[in-house]
Design a protein around this ligand. Structure first.
Ligand code: KIV
Ligand code: ZN
Length: 393
């Protein structure tokens, strides 16, 4: 097991871009790559150069400008793919070829109409071929999540012997439970004799909503690279979300693992990706959703206003979010109402708030959220009413 740093391999521009409707042009990919580098990701998977001339151009352009991060290009276990990936990476300061093949029996029998021994030989061959072009070669064992562990260990040993510097263990179909995925990584660490010569990588899909949990289970078992995307974009239900794994590791100091991500840039990066790819972020998304720091029920609001940590485990500044919000709905309480009036400059005492609260509930029951102008109306009606009461004979 190598050190406590977890390398962040961002695949927003490759697996993320595979989402229907997310296709990017080269200039958009370049802009996102520059921002990913600023965010502090270690490896940027820039694309799949053989897939289209446009993607080749993107990888080439990104390779020319990125200087701190490793630039990675995907290929199948096909000689021509690898050559084209190497060509697209020619200008990169730190190039990496990511090549691989399916290793589960589903892939071996149905996709390749082949057998385990031939696939094992092809796996080692593709790594050897890629090694002719670059030092950093990452091998992916597609559908490793459903691959028999004993066979997977043989494949991993063979590709490391062939020169792979990173070995990716994808849960391509998002099938594994966190315990199963963690045990798979532990099995490889304990049963592959040359495992110390490579970094193990987690690439988990989210078909059962377990991608983040699985990636964390992987690093807890000794993997030291996580493949992830901004906002969790990716094939079908998506990939492990970068912002989630980074913040899990930051919050859980007990894991004694860290990344080099500048977490204050997480929310701006999320917005940039959402806008560029035209995929809005779900409001309840962890870390970057619009509601991630909103409090709307009376019980929560009261606790939060007494001490933010009662209901917030992350300070919004730490992830570049706008700040905590006290949202007013029919479930909100008096403390929240008083707080929002105070923010608008009104100094109401307890009795005032009691009266205003009844009026507030009448309004709140008619709408999803009580807005600032509703509060202004309530306040002016109330002040006007009290003045009338005072001036009555
Ligand atoms: O999900 C997967 O298995 C992949 C590989 C190409 C790494 O995206
Ligand atoms: Zn994938």
């Amino acid at each position: 097991m190598s050190g406590n740093k977890v390398y962040i391999f961002d695949t927003t521009l490759r697996d993320g871009e595979q989402v229907p409707g997310c296709k990017l042009v080269a200039s958009e990919k370049l802009e996102l790559a520059l921002q990913l580098e600023a965010l502090g990701v270690d490896i940027i998977e820039a694309g799949f150069p053989i897939s289209s001339p446009g993607d080749f151009e993107s990888v080439d352009q990104i390779s020319r400008v990125i200087r701190d991060a490793t630039v990675c290009a995907l290929s199948r276990a096909v000689q021509k793919d690898i050559e084209v990936a190497a060509e697209a990476l020619r200008a990169a300061k730190r190039p990496r070829i990511h090549t691989g093949i399916g290793t589960s029996d589903y892939h071996i029998r149905s996709k390749f109409k082949s057998n385990r021994e031939d696939i094992l030989a092809r796996a080692a061959q593709c790594v050897k071929w890629a090694k002719n072009f670059v030092e950093e070669v990452e091998f992916y064992a597609e559908d490793a999540g459903r691959t028999d562990n004993e066979y997977l260990a043989r494949v991993v040993e063979a590709v490391i012997a062939a020169g792979a510097t990173t070995v990716n263990i994808p849960d391509t179909t998002g099938y594994c439970l966190p315990t199963q995925y963690g045990e798979k990584i532990a099995y490889l660490i304990n049963n592959v004799p040359n495992i110390d010569k490579a970094v193990i990588s987690c690439h988990c899909h989210n078909d059962l909503g377990l991608a983040t949990a699985n990636a964390i289970a992987g690093v807890m078992s000794g993997a030291r690279q996580i493949e992830c995307t901004i906002n969790g974009l990716g094939e079908r239900a998506g990939n492990t979300s970068l912002e989630e794994v980074v913040m899990v590791l930051k919050q859980h100091k007990d894991l004694n693992l860290y990344t080099d991500i500048k977490t204050q840039l997480l929310n701006p990066m999320s917005r940039l990706v959402a806008d560029t790819m035209r995929v809005p972020v779900q409001p309840n998304k962890a870390i970057v959703g619009a509601n991630a720091f909103s409090h709307s029920s009376g019980i929560h609001q009261d606790g939060f206003l007494k001490d933010a940590q009662t209901y917030e485990i992350i300070n919004p500044d730490e992830v570049g979010a706008e700040g905590s919000k006290i949202v007013l709905t029919a479930r909100s309480g008096r403390s929240a109402l008083a707080y929002r009036f105070q923010k608008l400059g009104y100094q109401f005492n307890r009795n005032d708030v009691d009266v205003l609260y009844q009026k507030f509930l009448e309004v709140a029951d008619t709408k999803k959220e009580v807005q600032e102008e509703d509060l202004q109306n309530l306040a002016s009606q109330y002040q006007h009413g009290s003045q009338l009461a005072l001036s009555e004979p």
